[in-house]
Design a protein around this ligand. Structure first.
Ligand code: FHN
Length: 476
């Protein structure tokens, strides 16, 4: 069934707002609405236009993703060579945008391909790292805005197999390694911006304003055929992660969606293809909503401040912070897609590896509270409005599964933890990783507390699992 143009346009505007392409609603409207209410509305609108058949297909293909919760994003391309510096000078901004920020002419930027030889690249090691980190899917840049294909493409010679001394197709190697490890494999593809192509969006310094370009020539001549190549040459693809939907009309969006839905019906489409047709909502980069958001959504996020490798960006988020963000996002109903930017030699920076592996060790013990978990039924623990501003609270988060609550404590309370008010009766409690040692539950004046040892068992965050007896409807 076709989407109505009105719905498609509304959805386009909403997703554009999320990716900061158009200004959000008026400041006055923002002030009066509860925090996150606008995001919740946008999230619901993603699903609103699906027919019952489309909804059933969507449910089937997104089931694994709802379980997965945690994925690895990889931004890797020619930009890893300059690594944030051009002609001896640092270039401000995110690493993969260096061509745009420094307005590097195509003819000059292209030369990087001749030096790109990531001899240390080892697909097995990358996928092993994702597995160690507890990540369940990988999404890698097959072509970013610079237009360089990191896969062997027949559509354009500007690709890693034909234009570099490396000559290998790392996407083939990664697809095979992911299959061996049981990790889902997906592609990022910049459908709209292509700074290498005269008719692609974004390169105004070589090719003039976008509104004078024959954009459909670029889409039909490069982007669509390349997406077809990606969906036919690399086995099952779990997700195509489109980005920055500039000039993506409903008609253009539908062409890509049609390709994906016909070639790989089980493949997800992210929320940044264009108006309509995404399987979930992509939040803004590093933007974690303040409250529970209904529907399917994901936060793409960086470990430092860049996506593509930049040699001077070493401001790494700590494992404690990453763990908090993961639990926080899951407790609000979302997925966390966390990025690494490998070097031009093909190495994932050691600090990224170490910090992700630390999160993975935490997940080995506490993953039950994350994978397949549903959001908090409470909400007061997330924070509150203070003087017209939302102030986040960070002491604990709650995730749920049928018959169970998981309380992840980031601040260790003295002696006991008081459960938030609930209709359900807590019948049993224990720490994840130590199910054989019950924690004492005491209920006084309708308030239940869990007795705790003096020291937290986990120095990042300890998870109390609580079994609950849910009252049958109509019982109270
Ligand atoms: O412009 C891109 C950016 O380089 C990066 O790929 C991020 C990842 O979400 N997406 C765009 C900006 O939102």
């Amino acid at each position: 069934m076709k989407n109505s143009p009105a719905i498609l346009i509304v959805t386009a505007l909403l997703s554009a707002q999320l990716t900061h392409l158009v200004p959000c609603a008026s400041a006055a409207a923002k002030k009066s609405a509860p925090p996150g209410a606008d995001i919740a509305r946008r999230s619901e609108s993603v699903a609103a236009h699906r027919s019952p058949e489309e909804q059933a297909a969507h449910e089937a293909r997104i089931a694994w993703w709802r379980e997965a919760k945690f994925g690895l994003f990889i931004h890797w391309g020619l930009y890893a060579l300059p690594a944030g510096e051009w002609k001896g000078k640092p270039v401000a901004g995110i690493g993969e945008w260096i061509m745009n920020r420094a307005k590097i002419p195509v003819k000059e930027y292209e030369q990087l391909a001749k030096q790109f030889n990531p001899v240390k690249f080892n697909a097995e090691e990358w996928v092993q790292m994702a597995e160690d980190a507890g990540m369940k899917y990988i999404v890698i840049t097959s072509k970013h805005h610079d237009g360089f294909a990191m896969f062997g493409s027949k559509t354009s010679p500007y690709n890693i197999v034909d234009a570099t001394p490396f000559k290998r197709d790392p996407m083939k190697e990664l697809a095979a390694a992911c299959a061996r490890h049981g990790i889902k494999f997906g592609f990022y593809y910049s459908q709209a911006q292509d700074w290498h192509e005269p008719n692609g969006a974004g390169n105004t310094w070589d090719f003039g304003p976008d509104n004078r370009k024959d954009y459909d020539q670029y889409l039909r001549g490069k982007a669509e055929p390349q997406v077809r190549e990606l969906l036919t040459g690399y086995g099952p693809i779990c997700l195509v992660w489109f980005d920055t939907p500039r000039m993506m009309t409903p008609e253009r969006t539908a062409r890509f969606a049609q390709l994906v839905r016909t070639l790989q019906p089980n493949c997800l489409i992210d929320g940044r293809l264009g108006p309509g047709d995404g399987d979930y909502l992509s939040m803004g980069d590093n933007k974690i909503p303040p409250m529970v958001v209904p529907g399917d959504w994901e936060v793409p996020a960086t470990l430092n401040h860049t996506w593509g490798f930049k040699k001077d960006d070493t401001d790494w988020k700590t494992p404690e912070d990453l763990t908090f963000k993961l639990v926080d996002i899951v407790s609000k109903g979302g997925n966390y897609l966390l990025n690494v930017g490998p070097t031009a030699e093909g190495v994932i920076p050691q600090a990224s590896q170490d910090n992700l592996r630390r999160v993975g060790r935490w997940l080995k013990v506490n993953g039950e509270a994350i994978y397949g978990a549903r959001p908090t039924p409470f909400g007061a623990e997330l924070g509150a409005q203070v003087d017209g501003r939302f102030r986040e609270a960070k002491d604990w988060r709650c995730t749920t599964k049928p018959g169970k609550f998981y309380f992840t404590l980031f601040t260790w309370p003295a002696g006991s933890f008081q459960l938030p008010p609930m209709k359900a009766k807590a019948t049993k409690a224990w720490f994840l990783g130590d199910a054989r040692t019950p924690l004492r539950l005491t209920t006084t004046d309708g308030k239940t507390t869990v007795s705790l040892p003096e020291k937290a068992p986990d120095n990042i965050a300890s998870v109390i699992a609580v079994e609950i007896d849910v009252p049958k409807p109509g019982k109270d």
